[in-house]
Structure formats: C-alpha cells, structure tokens
Design a binder for this molecule. Structure first.
Ligand code: NAG
Ligand code: NAG
Ligand code: NAG
Ligand code: NAG
Ligand code: CU
Length: 595
C-alpha cells in the first residue's frame, strides 16, 4: 500500500517534470512522519526526500546521515592591495582567502565531516575562522573564536578545523579576530540536504554586504571613539560586486534563469553594520528556511535580513523573457550608507535566457522597500519539524541579561557596550575553553561567563536599557535558539503573548531598540559559546557574553582530542608574549574586545 502509493506519486512527479509547470502536492510533516520516507530519492520534484531513512521531517537535533564523507578545503589568508570590488577605481588593503573575495564556497552534504586547513599568511595579525550557524556538537574547540575557543592562529602557522554538518542549508564563515572579516576574510557555505519546497535548480548563495573603502581596522578605531557612531559604509556588494556612485563603473551581479523553471536562491547578510531588505520585481519569494531551520513555506514580496541571518527562497521564472531588478534597500532606521541618495539602483539583475545581456532592467515594482530594521514576523517563520519549549522555563530557569552602554570622556570618548555592566574583553593568550580544560572555572569579569551547569531548557531575557536607540542582531554559537517573545519596553515577566508551541527557531534575531528578546534553548552541547551582537563594531565594543555550558563535562573529556587547541596556543604564545607591549616583531596591540 505504502510502496504503491509512493511509486504512483513519484511517477506523477516525473510526468510533471516533462510537462509545463504545475502545482505539485508537497507532503506535510505529518504525512512524512507516517510514511517514513526511507525509500524515496531526493530529486527536483521530491525535495522532501533524502537518504537512509532521513527526510525533511527528520528531527536533526537527534539524527543525521551516519555515512557522511569527509570534505577538505585549504585556505591561505593573505594581506593584499586590491581594487575595490565595485569598480570605483581606487585600491585598498584587504585580507583575502586564496586571493578571492568573497572567499571560496564551502560545500558539503548533510552528515559530512568538513575539514578546513587554514594557513595564516598575514605578517601582523592573528586569525581564526568561525563557521556561522554550525552546531559544533561536542566540537567547541573548532568554533573558531579567538580568546574563547582557541588562541588566534599565529602569523605563518596553520590550523585545522574539523566538524560535522548535523544540519543543512545555507550559511557563511568569517574571521572572528576583531573586525577582520570586514577586510575580506569571509565566504559562504552550502550544506546540501532536503527542502520544504520543490525547485528545479539551485542558483547558489547570494551574499549581501556593506562595503567601506577604508580598512575595517581603521573604521573600528573610529567607531570606538566616536560620539556619533561609526562612519557610513561607501557602498554595498551583492555576491561580491556592485556599481559605484563615483564613476558608474563596476557591475551588478547577475542571476541567469530559463523561463518556466523554479530556482532556489540562498540569501545571506554578511555585512558588518547593515540591515538589508530585498525584493525581486515580478517574482515573489517562497521562503523555505530561516537560518539553518527549514520552515513551512510562505510567500512574500519582500524580506528583511539582519547581519548573520539567512533566508533560502524559491522563485518561479514565469514572467516575460526580460531582465528584472533584484532590489536591495538599506535599513536606514538603524544605519547609513553613502550610496543612498546617489540615485543608483542598489541590487542585482535577474536575467532570463534570451533577454538583452547589455542593458539594465527597466522593470518596475509596486513594493515599497522597507527602511526599518525589524525582523521578519515570527508568525511567518514556522519550523517544519515542530518543537515545544516547556513553559516552566519562565519560573525555573530564567536569567535576565542587561544590555547597556557607556562612553568614557576621559578615554577619548571610548565607547563600550555593557552586558550586566561589563564590556566583553577577552585575552587571546588565555581562551576560556583552555582555562576550563585546565580544570579551572574562574574567569576575568570581562569574559562575561554565564554558566549553564545542567542539561535542560533555559530562558534568557535580553533587555536593552541603553539610551543609544539601536537594535542589535543577536547571534548565538553552538545552538539554534527559540524566540519565545520580543517587544518594546521592558518585559513584565508575564507569559501573555509568548510562544512556547513551535516558536521560530534560528541562530540570529533582532533585539529591538529599547526592547527585549526572550530566547530559549536546551543545554545539549557542552562548550564555551559566545552570544554577541553581529554588528562588527558593537562586538568589538563589548556587546558579547559567553555561556559556560556543562563545563564539568568539558573537563571530563567530552570534546575528545584538543591537541589542535593546545598546539595553537603554544604557537600564539610564542608570537604574542603575554603582557608585552607592541614592539619588535609585533607592531600592533589589542584595542577592542578581541572578537
Ligand atoms: C599588511 O601590509 C601592510 C603593508 O605592507 C602592512 O603595513 C600591514 O601591517 C600588513 N598587515 C598585516 C595584518 O599583516
Ligand atoms: C591587524 O592588522 C591591521 C591592519 O594591518 C592593524 O591595523 C591591526 O592593528 C592589527 N591588529 C592586531 C591585533 O595585530
Ligand atoms: C554568486 O557567485 C558565485 C561565484 O561566481 C556563483 O557560483 C553563484 O551562483 C552566484 N550566486 C547567485 C545566486 O547567482
Ligand atoms: C574612564 O577612563 C578613566 C581614565 O582611563 C578611568 O580611570 C575610569 O575608570 C574610566 N571609567 C569607567 C567607568 O570605566
Ligand atoms: Cu549591536
């Protein structure tokens, strides 16, 4: 019964492939659970399927393919001088992975082990690569946060990262060494797996970023000592390219489609300081993920993407053969950009096969692009695999976290974000994970360690009390979290309006200005996990903390081999003599949080 109906359904799928585009039935979560889809094969009309009994209905907290392969990449990070990627004709210093901007795509399949050998060819900077959104289950030592989970990779040295892709979808990686990713140490990741809607082709990742003509380390210093905040970026880049206002040179990124087909586009905001809203003329988005979490598809004509967030969308190339604008708008309610006001169209081009390749689109839109910095509505972002947060967390395991700020006029207006009164500042020579592995659990106050001693659910009430009216994209390492509540003003402690039944689940969400964000997650991954604002300047100014999760188990050996961490710290300690001032081989000091 099961097999024959499945066979009928599959052949219906292949018939549909040959014929014109039509609505295919996509199974619900409940149907998939009943069906136990072990026998079905992933394909253009069966994206819900995977392999070995796993499907889009699999609880990926518990299960992933056990027959994964190992995928290896080699990165070399170098200090170069390059032309700005928007054709402005001016050059600037950049730090690039294998000479590429953005860095190489890391692509693997669900269940694969990913190995990346990173060589630091910079003369005068440490480095460390964080794999954004990767759970790092029992592999916290590969999370890539200098001063927390490792010592920075010293100049001239190589470090190996190794971790398993227990989730699938779209993400990015970036340096977590101060503001270094703003200088180019950034790239995208695809973990292939099942999906919650069908499509014909995968167009790949479309990273969107802000771009400065000034090096990130320079802007970071300006931002730390400014009463008005950081200077505005000069432009944006979509998939690493854009036109510029100064001379009109440069190129828009182009996505090529064939009329009649459906395409997956993987949107990522890889900026250092900007919220983006995007839309595509004549082509609504069917949204199928929020970060690494497959969601029940919903359709929208516009998406707002915070730094660190991802949305995978499906579009149908069903319009007249032509070129169409993919529009990008800046969240000017919380940031600025010098390209705004130039009259230039911000964005990229959707190009149909057969349309002109030399002219820009003339398409128009009825969509009013948002300039607000609010997240997408949580009611639209419903995880496909449902989960429940126990309401008991509100009374039993609920910890407040205050976010405030301070500017010190006797230190040249040094600006700091404070977590419960203390800015985050770490010591590259003594990462907290090393401290824990050495058997100690005492930390400096500026390490902002919040302990989670036991398994089970926790609720964190992040409350903004700063007079600086800015929202913050809050990113957690080692976990997805569940958005139980969010609002303006101060949370009153009541459960009215909170969501415990299948809340939005993701790894980055906006803490509203003068508001609060209530997040919950189970302590199912022993490690030292930072949670920080993903505005690079704010992270540098101290808006971060770390969870010391089940530290007893870390000392007990839950992470396995930590030889790479030990070796990296010996190498770094040799380069950066603790307590020493810059001089000799080391011209620079640490002037920010370190992350
Ligand atoms: C990059 O190269 C410039 C010019 O040689 C040098 O001043 C700077 O210190 C280098 N930066 C790093 C991080 O190696
Ligand atoms: C890293 O390199 C940049 C650019 O050369 C420099 O401005 C910064 O001070 C360096 N930081 C450290 C800690 O070496
Ligand atoms: C972005 O550029 C990369 C490299 O050229 C390409 O492989 C990818 O398909 C592009 N992404 C989109 C969505 O077009
Ligand atoms: C402000 O800076 C001065 C001079 O360095 C220092 O003595 C003082 O403690 C700082 N104030 C705060 C609240 O950090
Ligand atoms: Cu922030």
């Amino acid at each position: 019964m099961y097999f024959s109906s499945l066979a009928a359904w599959l052949s219906f799928g292949s018939l549909a492939l040959a014929g014109p585009l039509r609505a295919e039935p996509f199974p619900t979560y409940e149907e998939l659970v009943k069906r136990q889809d072990g026998a079905c094969t992933n394909g253009r009309r069966t994206r819900q399927c995977w392999a070995s009994g796993l499907s889009i209905a699999t609880d990926f907290d518990e299960k992933w393919p056990i027959d994964g392969e190992t995928v290896t990449y080699n990165f070399e990070i170098s200090n170069v001088t390059r032309e700005n990627p928007d054709g402005s004709g001016t050059v600037r210093p950049m730090m690039l992975i294998n000479g590429q901007y953005p860095g190489p795509l890391v692509r693997a399949k669900w269940g694969d082990t990913i190995v990346i050998n990173v060589k630091n060819n910079l003369q005068h900077n440490g480095t460390g690569i964080h794999w954004h959104g990767i759970r790092q289950l029992n592999s916290c030592q590969d999370d890539g946060v200098p001063g927390v989970t490792e010592c920075p990779i010293a100049p001239g040295r190589t470090r190996q990262y190794k971790f398993k892709a227990t989730q699938f979808g779209t993400s990015w990686y970036h340096s977590h060494f101060s503001a270094q990713y703003g200088d180019g140490v950034v790239g995208t990741m695809i973990i292939d797996g099942p999906a919650t809607a069908n499509y014909d082709y995968d167009l790949g990742v479309l990273p969107i970023t802000d771009w400065y003509y000034t090096p990130a380390f320079t802007v970071n210093e300006q931002a730390q000592h400014s009463l008005r905040g950081p200077p505005p970026p000069d432009n944006i880049l979509v998939n690493g390219t854009h036109i510029n206002a100064a001379n009109d040179n440069g190129e828009y990124a182009r996505m090529n489609v064939v009329k009649g087909k459906k395409y997956r586009i993987r949107l990522v905001n890889t900026a250092v300081d900007t919220t983006f809203s995007v839309s595509l003329d004549g082509h609504p988005f069917t949204v199928i993920t929020s970060d690494f979490v497959p969601i029940k598809p919903y359709t929208t004509d516009q998406l707002t993407i915070q730094i660190g967030q991802r949305y995978d969308v499906v579009i149908k190339a069903s319009e007249t053969i032509d070129n169409y604008w993919f529009r990008v708008a800046i969240g000017t309610d919380c940031g600025r950009n010098n390209i705004v006001g130039s009259g230039k169209q911000l964005g990229a081009i959707l190009h149909y096969e057969g349309a002109s390749t030399s002219s820009n689109p003339t398409s128009t839109t009825t969509v009013t692009m948002r300039t607000s910095c609010d997240d997408e509505q949580s009611s639209n972002l419903i995880p496909f695999v449902p989960n429940t947060v126990p309401t008991s967390v509100v009374n039993n395991n609920n910890q407040p976290i205050d976010v405030n700020s301070f500017s010190n006029s006797s230190q040249n207006n040094l600006f700091r974000w404070l977590i419960d009164g203390t800015p985050f500042i770490i010591d590259w020579n003594n990462p907290s994970l090393e401290t824990v592995l050495n058997g100690a659990q005492t930390f400096s106050p500026t390490e902002n360690v919040y302990t989670i001693p036991n398994p089970g659910w926790n609720l964190f009430w992040i409350q903004s009390t700063s007079a600086v009216p800015l929202p913050h994209p809050i990113h957690l390492h080692g976990h997805d979290y569940y958005i139980v509540g969010r609002g303006s003003g101060t949370w009153d402690g009541s459960t009215t309006g909170l969501t415990f039944d299948n809340p939005t689940r993701r790894d980055t969400a906006m803490l509203p200005r003068n508001g609060y964000l209530l997040i919950a997650f189970p302590a199912d991954n022993p490690g030292m996990w930072v949670m920080h604002c993903h505005i690079a300047w704010h992270a540098s100014q101290g808006l971060s903390l770390q969870f010391g999760e089940r530290m007893g188990e870390i000392v007990g050996g839950s992470l396995g081999d930590v030889g790479v961490l030990r070796k990296g710290c010996e190498e770094w300690d040799g380069y950066w003599v603790e307590g020493s001032e810059p001089g000799g081989d080391r011209p620079y000091g640490q002037t920010d949080s370190g992350i």
